[in-house]
Design a protein around this ligand. Sequence first.
Ligand SMILES: C[S@@+](CC[C@H](N)C(=O)[O-])C[C@H]1O[C@@H](n2cnc3c(N)ncnc32)[C@H](O)[C@@H]1O
Length: 282
Amino acid sequence: MSDERIYAKPWTDYELIDAGGGKKLERWGSVITIRPEIQAYFKTEKSFKEWEQIADWEFVARGSHSGSWKPLKQHLKKDWQISFEKLKFNLELTKFKHIGLFPEQRVNWDYIKSHLTADDKFLNLFAYTGAASCVARYTGAETYHVDSVKQLISWARTNMEESRLMNVKWVLEDALKFANREQKRGNKYKGIIMDPPAWGIGAKGEKWKLEEKIDELMATAASLMTEDGFLIMNTYSPILDIPMITTLAEMYFPTKNVSVKELWMKSSSGKELFFGNLLRVS
Ligand SMILES: C[S@@+](CC[C@H](N)C(=O)[O-])C[C@H]1O[C@@H](n2cnc3c(N)ncnc32)[C@H](O)[C@@H]1O
């Protein structure tokens, strides 16, 4: 196991059962799904036939960005809930193959939990359904949740309510636009997490690639972080490698500890999946 790797662990309600042949088999509570997975270029441990015997749903891609869910059993629900410790996350089968949670982010939830207290402020940019926001709010930290998609803010609110947490600052806006305003107001955060998509849509509806925005994102994070603060950034880009991310982070955070590792998850069957590079500045 290389030092350059960090492994996300499963938990009671989530397990990567097997992977291979361009797909992954996962258990979410009592629901088992089969989804396409570009990183699963190796052979599966069990055959697809065996997967289909235990799975409830399979996502069938139509084109590169969407598709539909094929039921493999009868009388299935399309939405359900799972727990992570005391938190509750609502899951739903979406036409984008996602179901509302990125389980490999568990490594970051654990980090956030152990680095925040009720006296701190936390900023979640590109916050999706709010798993990291829920974890941060659970520590008592004042939590700002920013995403540019209205339905995802609603989904995150539901997760927060189901987890019996309150008083999160919900921000429906372009992440950089909000961050730049916060910078002008002189606001600072002890913890910042950014999970920008490889392809994003900016404040004026313009499309951007992560490799074109990473410099600005890091500069903004540096200006918003308290001296004793931390930054977590997930990068899922085929262009941004570990030396590039390290060089950039060391430039913007010259006095801080910079670590960039590959994020991996191991299936119960022993297969390993790569989930992009993970930057931590502390
Ligand atoms: C990869 S997901 C983040 C996943 C999240 N960190 C998690 O683990 O649950 C990317 C998110 O960024 C949001 N997004 C995309 N472009 C954005 C922008 N310009 N400003 C704010 N949010 C944006 C999307 O709506 C989506 O929720």
